[in-house]
Write a protein that binds this ligand. Structure first.
Ligand code: ADP
Length: 159
């Protein structure tokens, strides 16, 4: 049984993330989408809200679990008996940071293999922060996030 972890902030989850998760679910026996509880980033959505958004988007796929973690990712991976770490690569600009993280994670736990996946090119310019920015300014993000996330963004910015 090969368990893969897809970690991230997912604040909020976008169709780019979902594209990577769905591809990964066809390759690995189980994919754990792991929400990083990073206190240095001040998130728009709580972990609970992000978990609900991810579960809503992926309810039809059986081999996906949504979880959250604190502390070192490699420790979390060991606890979950995961052999694979999935990261999305959108463009060359992601490469340097992602390579640094992959090599640092390997130095901490060399049995964890990082696998990079490319999303559909139509999502390759998306990230969560640009979605938050556009939604805050009342722009239309319905092409880039699920209807549920779209609704939650509207609620946040009209409160
Ligand atoms: P982090 O804060 O760890 O970068 P993100 O939620 O921004 O968390 O991203 C999680 C993972 O998803 C990263 O590997 C990132 O490169 C990837 N990712 C983000 N947006 C996209 C996208 N539009 N298409 C494919 N992968 C993406």
């Amino acid at each position: 049984m090969t368990i893969a972890i897809y970690p991230g902030s997912f604040d909020p989850i976008t169709k780019g993330h979902l594209d990577v998760i769905k591809r990964a679910a066809t390759v690995f026996d189980k994919v754990i989408v792991a929400i990083a509880q990073n206190i240095s980033k001040k998130p728009l959505f709580s972990v609970k809200e992000r978990k609900e958004q991810i579960e809503d988007a992926l309810q039809s796929i059986a081999n996906i679990e949504v979880d959250s973690f604190e502390g070192l990712l490699v420790d979390y991976a060991k606890n979950k008996k995961a052999k694979v770490l999935i990261r999305g690569l959108r463009a060359v600009s992601d490469f340097e940071y992602e390579l640094q993280m992959a090599l640092m994670n390997r130095s901490q736990y060399d049995k964890l293999v990082t696998v990079f996946m490319a999303p559909n090119e139509k999502y390759s310019y998306l990230n969560s922060s640009i979605i938050r920015e556009i939604a805050k300014l009342d722009g239309d993000v319905s092409k880039f996030v699920t209807p549920y996330v779209c609704e939650k963004l509207k609620e946040k910015f009209t409160q």
